[in-house]
Write a protein that binds this ligand. Sequence first.
Ligand code: FAD
Ligand code: SIN
Length: 545
Amino acid sequence: MSQSEASRFDYLVIGSGIAGLWFAYKASRHGSVLVITKKEDTESNTNYAQGGIAAAVAENDSAAIHREDTARAGQGLADPEIVRLVTEAGPGLVRELFDLGVKFTVYVDAQGQQRFDLGREGGHHRRRIIHAQDFTGYEIERGLLKAVHSQPGVTISEEHFALDLVLDQDERCQGVRVLNKETGRVETVRAKATMLGTGGIGQAYLHTTNPLIATGDGIAMGERAGVRVANMEFIQFHPTSLYGHSLEGRAFLISEAVRGEGAILRAKDGSTFMERYHPDASLAPRDAVARAIDSEMKKRGDNYVLLDATHLDPERIRERFPNIYNRCLGFGIDITKRPIPVVPAAHYVCGGLAINSWAETSVERLFAAGECACSGLHGANRLASNSLLEALVLADRAAQRVGGLEPLPARSLRDPESGAAVSTAFDPPDESSEAVAAEVRNELRRIMWDYAGIVRNDSGLTKAWESLAELEERAGRFSRHLSVFCQETSNLLAVAQLVVACARRRLESRGLHYNEDYPHKDDRFKKNTEISREEPAAAKPDPTG
Ligand code: FAD
Ligand code: SIN
């Protein structure tokens, strides 16, 4: 395809995780769909999900109880209407996934009825985590890809990197500019609706459970196109990632479900500590556990704490957690015999592109779902296993919405940043620009970990803000280079700035945002933090605004 030529589909999806694939599967009932994804189709945060997907399917459970748990975790910021929609739609959609061939773990009860095996995780007052042993995400990806491939109207283009959204003169999204990694050329894809399912931002932090794809591209692209962004200060740190081993740039997760089955956290000397921090001890909500571990490690000067599952039935551990058991064994740790060394790691971003209950962003014809979006479900803190659910429900609603859309009239395209006609003005990549990008990426990940991490304070956040501004100057050396690494690094810098900008505006501690200079909630801040064209990231914090 020549650079000026545009291909057209009814619906364009960026990302092949649960949000993108579910939207593609459902939207294909209304028209042709192109899914572009920057690596192989399986590579996504979804693929590594372990614990499962939350839905109120047990007899002693209900959407109302799930709603209460979700709202409680959100600490006053979860949107009640979205919480209701998602918790009510959950059981039906999970059943649809199962019927489509996603092999969740099931058992047959005394009455001969097939039931989902339900796991338990922090903050849930019922067993409601539907899972496929401990490789739920892998199984969901497998099942969804199979379903999507069986739809004749869906095309998946792997190794295609979305560079930027294209808007028309009426500020409507008309599609995206894409780097075809195989040909090295920039192509334009136009569609009557574009769905961003680009996932999270974990790679903005030095330690993360997220794979290398999690570079915040969709959030950065959306912000450049003028989409409202919300609540980026709420970064969830998972308390238990395996200490001392990295797998292709990510820390290996030890699922919260292991604590759900009875494993306990201990300090290196073997003593327990969680009971001093929270009445639910090792199964307290994630923010409380991550902060407690951080505090114990700092107090004791230790590099890790221990997760002890040695008192549990070894057979049950091997059967319920084969992925964790085998992976740890590969690192020389038999988790049925030895406690696992663990540390917190950046895991999930609750904020993102602000969407309404149909997954529409503030830019017409642009939708977003999954981790890159902020629907309002999680508020200030996400309940475990609610993110796969949120992605599924909002992608489903978006697919319902796009069914009725008229084609867009052909208009000339505008570059979202410069306002110019769509341009392909990139510089060719070169080794020195990649080297500068690598330095900038390493530094920003360290800055975010040190100053915008589990425990924050004003001087640290100011330092982060200033250091990121310095990096932005250096990023000028590579930001127009046509290289995935350079473009991802620019995007990481943009999302890091959004996190710090939002964190600097929230002069209180709530949910996942803990600032030791304001250790309590302050109800003047009981609202979302929003960044928009009118209130850009660089605006000063305003405690009364
Ligand atoms: P992803 O699954 O991350 O997919 C994003 C897609 O976008 C990828 O295909 C990526 O390649 C593509 N992409 C990104 N940028 C571009 C670009 N510029 N151009 C083209 N393509 C692009 N949540 C739960 O609810 N339960 C769990 O048990 C659970 N366990 C987890 C365990 C781990 C280790 C991790 C990391 C997360 C876990 N989560 C869990 C969170 C959950 O997995 C994610 O929030 C969810 O899978 C996100 O889905 P998504 O579709 O939004 O994004
Ligand atoms: C886990 O298995 O602990 C991860 C669950 C989640 O992030 O929701």
